[in-house]
Structure formats: C-alpha cells, structure tokens
Design a binder for this molecule. Sequence first.
Ligand SMILES: C[S@@+](CC[C@H](N)C(=O)[O-])C[C@H]1O[C@@H](n2cnc3c(N)ncnc32)[C@H](O)[C@@H]1O
Length: 274
Amino acid sequence: MDATPAFHPALDYVLHRMQEVQGFMSPLDAGMFMALDLAQKGAGIEGDLGEIGVFHGRVTFLLANLARADERVHAIDIFDMYFPNPPYNLPDDFIGNALRLKMEMALFHLVKADTTKEADRVVSEIGQGKTRLFHVDGDHRLVHILADSKIALEATQKDGVIVFDDVFSYLMPEVTEGVMRSLAGRADFVPLALSPNKAYFCPPHLKSRYAAYLIECLPNNLDREVRRLLDHWVLTFSAEKPVIMRHLDLVQGGDEAALHRSILAQQKDFPLPP
Ligand SMILES: C[S@@+](CC[C@H](N)C(=O)[O-])C[C@H]1O[C@@H](n2cnc3c(N)ncnc32)[C@H](O)[C@@H]1O
C-alpha cells in the first residue's frame, strides 16, 4: 500500500497551478477559503459552492478543488451575453483553463446571466439556501453589488460563508456602500474576517468555530488587533507578512479527526472593541 498521503488537491492547485490562471485571488485569500472549507468539513456542513464573477476561473477552480463528490460549483457570469458589446467575458477562457487543468467539467454549473436583470432566475437555478461558500466578485458598481449581495444572501445556507471582493478599496467606494447597505443590521450573517482584498461574513452561531480555523490554519497572517465592523468583532489579516498555511497539508491523508479536535480546542471569541 502506498504510505504517501494524498496531497490536498486545493493546496496543490494554490501552490502550483493558480498562478497560471489570470485573475485576482491572493494566496492569503486562498488559504482563508481552504481554512473555512476545512471548518465546514469538520462540522459536517454540506452544500454547493458558488461564485458571481468567474472571469478566467482562478477562484472557481479553487472552489472546484474544495467541492465534495456530490457538491457542485455554480459559476455565474454574464459571459458573452452582450457580445460583441461590453461588458462581456468569453466563456472560452474559463473552459479552456478548466480543460488544461483537467478539471471535472460535470462539477460546474455555468449560469449565464446579467445578475442586475435576472437575480430571481439565478437564485432559482442555483437553489435557495443551498450553497455553503459563496464568493461575490462581479461588476463593482452599486447596482451590481446590491443585486449580487441579494443573490448571495438568498443562495447561501444558514451555516455557510459569504465572501465579498474589494469591499474597502478607495477606488471602488460603491462596493463599500453596497455591502454595508446589504449586510448592516442582519442577524443571519455577520462580519467574520477581513483580508486586504476581501470581507468574510458568517452566521453568528458558527463565528468562533470559523475564527478558530482561520487563526490556526493561517498562524502568521493575523494582525492580532481584533477590530470592529457593523457592531461585531472582526479579524483582520495582514498583507505585509508572508502567507503561512498550517494543517492543510494534513487534509486527506492525516488523522483528520485529531486535527479538528486540536483546532476546536482553540475556539475563539473576542469582546467587541469600543
Ligand atoms: C473582477 S472579474 C472576476 C474575477 C474573478 N472572480 C477572479 O478572482 O479571478 C468580474 C467578473 O464579473 C462579470 N460580470 C460583470 N458584469 C456582470 C453582470 N451584470 N452579471 C454577471 N456577471 C458580471 C465579468 O464578466 C467578470 O468575469
């Protein structure tokens, strides 16, 4: 019997292939997605994975590497809907990359839609409350952020995580406004963590569990100062430090039950900063 543990396919993708795919996901955010996925697998949280804004597939392929055998990846994009008039995103780029990376094509559920015009169709195609990890990274204008946030909130299951791209960029204040307007005062999804590029929201009853996985799996990336956002504490992760990922190489080969036990011994909760 081969004693070599199977290498975590998502880690393999992030370390060796992700840079080949044009797009915007950083290694830090990739590590955060993997840590949150590990938390969900440890807690038995099931569901599909989804993304609005596929582009060439950089993030979609990470989601595909995290999906269990019976889970699908909803890849939602305007693609070439208005071709030859922009905005458009040729699906060939995504499909070509998927084939080159030998992705299992049946895993993907491609949804071609202008999310500002067909939000209801998108939700009915991907299902209400069925997605465990949802990445919002479509057009960054306000009307898009409001529509895409609504889709994400409706599609994500009650234990899931929603991630928004570019929430605090001074170049795109509409994203800040749209996400804050959509998430402020909600009891079902609250701020969990911020990276230089993304904002992570989760249900309050799982926040300390998700936080433990982020802190334990990314030990060197935490700005220890816990900050405040929308009346909740939120973890901030630094862009300045090298990205260290821990534990993820033990997935699919090591003693996973022991791994979850040791991470959960560290469940994190923090007082709300003034
Ligand atoms: C910034 S790119 C996504 C980047 C990708 N998530 C990554 O990290 O590599 C934005 C994507 O949003 C898509 N998009 C723009 N307007 C859209 C709309 N109205 N409905 C759906 N998708 C849209 C574009 O086609 C493009 O692929």
